[in-house]
Design a protein around this ligand. Structure first.
Ligand code: ADP
Length: 866
């Protein structure tokens, strides 16, 4: 290989420390990438791959302009890559040899803070995880844009997966050598995994961050997170808020499947917010409120006093709708204070954003006043945080003009009268400009040239312009010629040059001084970061709660109360999202009542009759209630649920390559091993993914186990009518069904849940609704009729528990090689013969090959001779 240049040596040396990142190597106005980095980046970013050097020594290279680099960085981080930014850290003119360069920052998917990369209404999380014994671990999660950090113990791997699946989770940090252990979970959640061998030492600067962490494991995981942030950000992070411990016992547990099934923050179909519960109830006015609402929905509370505090506020805000409207108006003007605090710490904030801060602060007294008339406890928090900020608001008002420019280096930000020296420079500049603007008038009258102009351009400065035809009227030697244009000549005078000098000098001094004053101001804001964060936290809560009040009032929701005796009663309950889709007046409201003596509902009824909607609306009522929102019902009394488990709808878990049935069984396993008496379990059509008997047997065993052993509140919808005998025989299990009637030979779904079990499944009707070919429908009807006839003969299946003290599923094995499912169910010899007869009657001779026919006859013969 040819000799490398000193610069390339420098590149290779730096790159060797950042093997897992693209190295953006600063060369003048570009960041250049070389070798494999260049080839891969050119592909990912669709930019041109070039070469540095020629012939055999040529190195693959590509580059992005420095000024537009953030777009490219965002593209790469969103694809899960890391980027090490390597800057020139000395002035090229002062350099002896190669300019000194250093990596000043590593941008990773979880640490990107650029506005273009993070969504306003969404948190952007990075977390560290530390393994404890067994499946236990501790987890520390932060959002670098806001500095809000939560530390939590996780009881098992599933809980870790639940955390990784939280919206906005981007990256996870593990200890050295541990990444492979977490790889699967990270991959499944689409989260990038990184390694951090170090732990940040506690120092004066970050002491507060560790303040609440009273156990060594919590400190360790937080220290690892912080170490990673330091090593990538390479700066002090003054906006990191004290990490708080989130005790699992304070929250309702909702695992990934339940969150997904209940479509809390996104729909199952296309994973978008639209159509989710979040979209329906998000009436927040600020981005911080929107983020908080999402966090709350993903983690409803289990702490009754806290939930009631929220509900008290909502109730007041429902009742006082005028005040609520005023509050909403005021909140509209509140900027994203939480992210602003992060930007201040990063030194990214400009004068415009400080004006937005000032405007937001001006709204706080109004917000506080309204809040005080709604609920004192919330307004006092606001008041405490605002006290320290009032002074800042005054200072910003004095210092900044109302509409400052985006740039912080070109002046034009600071008010007149704020700083004496600045006023003097401005005065000088203004005087000079006045002298110049008077010059045009005086020169016109002295020379008699009416079209004479005084102008300015960046290259030549100030000039006097005279058009060509007027040049002869100009007294000889009056001006010095400076520039010739096609139609005019431009001149200067010694005095004009002197004034120009004065103006330019003054301008430079103004810009410098304004920049300094701005930095001072920013420093002052930086000192207020903790207060700003406290204020942001209080405002976001108020925002979410006023939003709850608005949607609750508009949609006729009710304040829930929490029962201490385990009673659940919802009168005229609705599914909040389905109700919107089918419209309020067409939605059929339903009651539900459960208590410890009636804790399992066995729900039967045809497909499409509204069974899962009914189940989900019950779970959603609990989630909403425990989040602090009113619920979609006319009356609502609920127990506080510690967990909600759902197994609704069949979905193959393609990502993990598991079949529907396996997924279903795993969900059931998890519910059965983790649910408690205080949990709510929804099982929809469990056991459907296997043969009828298997499925039915499992379904029954699961219901019995939950009902008798766990004693959780359970809603269990099933196709297996055989199971409804449980409702008749086991105390506490109640049969209900989704009612429907037939009109003119067509089935009509009433969507009303009534006591008792359904008499039939109406599957063929549903198929008819789905417009299956008539021939198929007719054939199914005929088959159904014959199956039902046989059904009458086989009482053996309806074995009563009281009689046998056994579960219900002591079925005979199915007769082999007989085609239709019904034939499998024959138990006695007579019914076997009958089944063969039926099969002979119904066989489609014209649709069989001779070979198939022969095989069938052989099978029948064998069966009859047994
Ligand atoms: P099932 O679980 O019994 O197959 P679903 O609960 O999925 O039925 O309901 C099917 C459809 O019926 C829903 O998508 C909704 O459009 C409608 N539906 C369900 N419940 C109601 C109701 N209470 N009032 C009005 N329409 C309903």
């Amino acid at each position: 290989m040819a000799k490398t240049t000193p610069m390339m040596e420098q590149y290779l040396h730096i790159k060797s420390h950042y093997q897992d990142a693209f190295l953006f190597f600063r060369l003048g106005d570009f960041y250049e990438l070389f070798f494999d980095d260049a080839e891969q980046a050119a592909r990912e970013l669709e930019i041109t791959l070039t070469k540095r050097g020629s012939g055999d020594d040529a190195i693959p290279m590509c580059g992005v302009p420095h000024h537009s680099s953030s777009t490219y960085i965002t593209q790469l981080t969103s694809k899960g890559y890391k980027i090490a930014i390597c800057e020139q850290v000395e002035n090229p003119e002062d350099a002896k040899g190669v300019v000194k360069r250093e990596v000043t920052k590593v941008v990773t998917p979880g640490t990107v803070v650029e506005e273009s990369a993070v969504q306003a209404a969404e948190n952007h999380f990075i977390a560290a995880v530390e393994r404890l014994e067994g499946e236990r671990s501790v987890f520390a999660r932060t959002d670098l844009t806001t500095g809000r950090t939560a530390v939590m113990p996780l009881e098992n791997e599933r809980a870790l997966r639940r955390e990784l699946s939280a919206s906005g989770m981007k990256e996870i940090i593990a200890a050295e050598g541990e990444t492979s252990f977490w790889q699967n979970a990270a991959h499944e959640a689409g989260v990038v995994i990184s390694e951090e061998p170090e732990l940040a030492a506690v120092s004066g600067e970050n002491e507060a961050f560790f303040h609440n962490l009273d156990e060594t494991v919590y400190q360790t995981v937080a220290a690892r997170l912080l170490a990673y942030l330091y090593s990538t950000q390479k700066r002090s992070l003054t906006h990191m808020q004290p990490a708080v411990i989130e005790e699992p016992a304070r929250y309702m547990k909702l695992d990934i499947a339940s969150k997904r099934n209940l479509e809390l923050v996104q729909t199952m179909l296309d994973q978008t917010k639209k159509g989710s519960l979040l979209a329906l109830i998000d009436e927040t006015k600020t981005a911080m409120g929107a983020r908080l609402l999402k966090r709350w929905l993903e983690r409803p509370g289990f702490d009754e006093p806290e939930i009631n505090r929220r509900l008290n506020f909502v109730e007041q805000a429902v009742q006082q709708s005028f005040k609520r409207d005023d509050l909403r108006d005021a909140l509209t003007h509140v900027y994203d204070l939480e992210r602003l605090a992060g930007k201040v710490s990063y030194g990214n904030v400009n004068a415009r954003e400080l004006i937005q801060l000032r405007n937001s602060l001006r709204e706080i007294p109004e917000i506080q006043g309204i809040t005080a008339s709604l609920d004192e406890s919330y307004s006092s928090r606001l008041e405490a945080a605002f006290q320290a900020m009032a002074q800042l608001e005054r200072r910003l008002t004095e210092a900044l003009i109302d509409e400052p420019p985006v740039s912080i280096t070109d002046g034009g930000m600071i008010q007149d009268g704020y700083h004496d020296k600045l006023d003097q420079y401005r005065e000088a500049s203004r005087n000079g400009k006045t002298w110049i603007s008077n010059l045009e008038q005086s020169e016109r009258s002295e020379t008699g040239i009416k079209s004479l102009k005084v102008g300015f351009n960046k290259v030549f400065g100030y000039y006097i312009e005279v058009t060509k035809p007027n040049i002869p009227s100009l007294p000889e030697g009056r001006y010095e010629r400076k520039q010739t244009l096609t139609n005019a000549e431009r001149f200067v005078t010694p005095e004009l040059k002197e004034k120009e000098q004065l103006i330019l000098e003054a301008q430079e001094q103004i810009d410098d001084l304004e920049y300094r004053l701005f930095l001072e101001l920013r420093e002052q804001v930086a000192l207020c970061i903790p207060d700003l964060q406290a204020l942001a936290a209080a405002v976001s809560e108020i925002d979410v709660l006023q939003g709850f009040a608005k949607v609750s009032e508009e949609k006729g929701y009710t304040r829930p109360s929490f029962s201490t005796n385990g009673r659940l009663y919802l009168k005229n309950s609705r599914h909040p999202v389905v109700e919107e889709v089918v419209s309020r007046h067409r939605y059929v409201a339903n009651d539900i009542e459960l208590d410890p003596t009636r804790r399992t509902l066995l729900i039967t009824g045809p497909n499409m009759a509204g069974k899962s909607t009914y189940m989900r609306q019950t779970a959603l009522a609990s989630v909403m209630a425990q989040t602090g929102c009113f619920v979609a019902a006319d009356e609502a009394e609920l127990p506080l649920f510690d967990q909600v488990f759902t197994r609704i709808g069949a979905a193959d878990d393609l990502a993990s390559g598991e079949s529907t049935f396996m997924v279903e069984m795993k969900e059931a396993q998890y519910a059965l091993t983790h649910a408690t008496t205080n949990s709510l379990i929804l099982l929809d059509e469990i056991g459907r993914g296997t043969s009828t008997y298997d499925g039915m047997a499992l379904a029954q065993a699961i219901v019995e186990y939950i009902h008798e052993k766990i004693q959780a509140k359970t809603l269990f919808s099933t196709h297996y009518h055989e199971l409804t005998t449980l409702g008749d025989t086991i105390s506490g299990i109640q049969n209900v069904h989704a009612a429907c009637t037939e009109e003119d030979g067509r089935v009509v779904f009433l969507h009303k849940i009534q006591d008792g079990s359904a008499d039939r499944s109406y599957g063929v009707y549903v198929a008819q609704l789905a417009e299956l070919p008539d021939a198929v429908i007719e054939r199914s009807e005929a088959l159904l009729a014959s199956f039902e006839q046989q059904e009458g003969t086989k009482e053996a299946q309806q074995v009563s528990r009281e009689e046998e003290q056994l579960p219900l599923f002591t079925f005979e094995p199915a007769p082999p090689e007989i085609e239709t499912p019904q034939q499998k169910t024959s138990t006695a010899k007579d019914s076997q013969d009958e089944a063969v007869l039926e099969a002979v009657k119904s066989v489609e001779v014209l649709h069989m090959t001779p070979m198939e026919a022969l095989e069938k006859i052989q099978a029948w013969q064998k069966r009859l001779n047994e």
